[in-house]
Design a protein around this ligand. Structure first.
Ligand SMILES: Cc1cc2c(cc1C)N(C[C@H](O)[C@H](O)[C@H](O)COP(=O)(O)O)c1[nH]c(=O)[nH]c(=O)c1N2
Length: 226
């Protein structure tokens, strides 16, 4: 049943509102080690999940599920899965970069009070989904939009989020008993933070710098700068 369309004003936000949106975008960080012990309640978690659930999705497919993990035993298994994959990853970097890589903390799975696995159900909506017929990966992209909504809402709530992706294929599927049609898109560590880096931690620690935006903009076709 479709509802009648009720238009809402679509003008620019007030200066303060706009500043708040950009502040969330620019001060959002990937958090690995600054989590405090402050418990994360159900109310705020539901606000974050509601923000995620309002993300755009291909054909309005809403392919996501949110698996909330508070159990230390499950977190411990995931942390072990990280450690196994991270040891492999470390060995793949050039020897001259390896010491720096080893010094980086790349997850806070056991420190964060709550973890969240955001999944993508690739079969939701059936085999033909508006906008996805020629590009099946659009459901995965939609799920990433949900992650980003949550990440920004969390920043506004004073909650840090850390995305951990250093897992062997199938590790999260096995630990979380995911069915075959469901892909684990993001393992997110969540917890209140008192402080954040003022720049990406990987930049602060000399791993990578932010690329100049002007180098990334082309006009009309690939490679044509203004
Ligand atoms: C898809 C994906 C996957 C990962 C990440 C991000 C994204 C988007 N990031 C966080 C990443 O390192 C971080 O976003 C960048 O370094 C930029 O820093 P800020 O997010 O601005 O703090 C990340 N960080 C980390 O320490 N371990 C990880 O496994 C991952 N995995």
């Amino acid at each position: 049943m479709s509802e009648p369309i009720r238009p809402v004003a679509a003008g620019a936000f007030s200066d303060d509102e706009r500043a708040a949106v950009y502040r969330a975008i620019f001060s959002r960080r990937d958090v690995r080690s600054q989590f405090t012990d402050r418990p994360l309640g159900e109310d705020v978690l539901m606000r974050l999940l509601t923000a995620a659930h309002h993300a755009p999705s291909v054909g309005f497919m809403q392919p996501w599920n949110f698996i909330i993990i508070r159990d230390d035993a499950v977190k411990a298994r995931v942390q072990q899965a990280f450690a196994a994959a991270n040891a492999e990853a470390e060995a793949m970097f050039d020897p001259d970069r390896r010491p720096l890589y080893s010094s980086l903390k790349l997850e806070g799975i056991l420190q964060a009070p709550v973890s969240l696995c955001i999944t993508c159900d690739r079969s939701r909506g059936g085999p033909v989904v508006l906008g996805r017929t020629h590009a099946p990966e659009m459901d995965l992209y939609s799920t990433v939009c949900a992650v980003q909504n949550l990440w920004l809402a969390a920043r506004a709530e004073g909650i840090g989020v850390g995305w951990v992706s250093i897992f062997r294929p199938g590790a999260l599927t096995e630990i979380l008993h995911l069915p075959g049609n469901v892909v684990p898109v993001a393992w997110l560590c969540l917890g209140y933070v008192d402080e954040l880096y003022d720049q990406p931690e990987l930049a602060a620690k000399g791993w990578a710098d932010r690329l100049p935006l002007t180098d990334l903009i082309y006009h009309e076709a690939w490679g044509r700068s203004g």
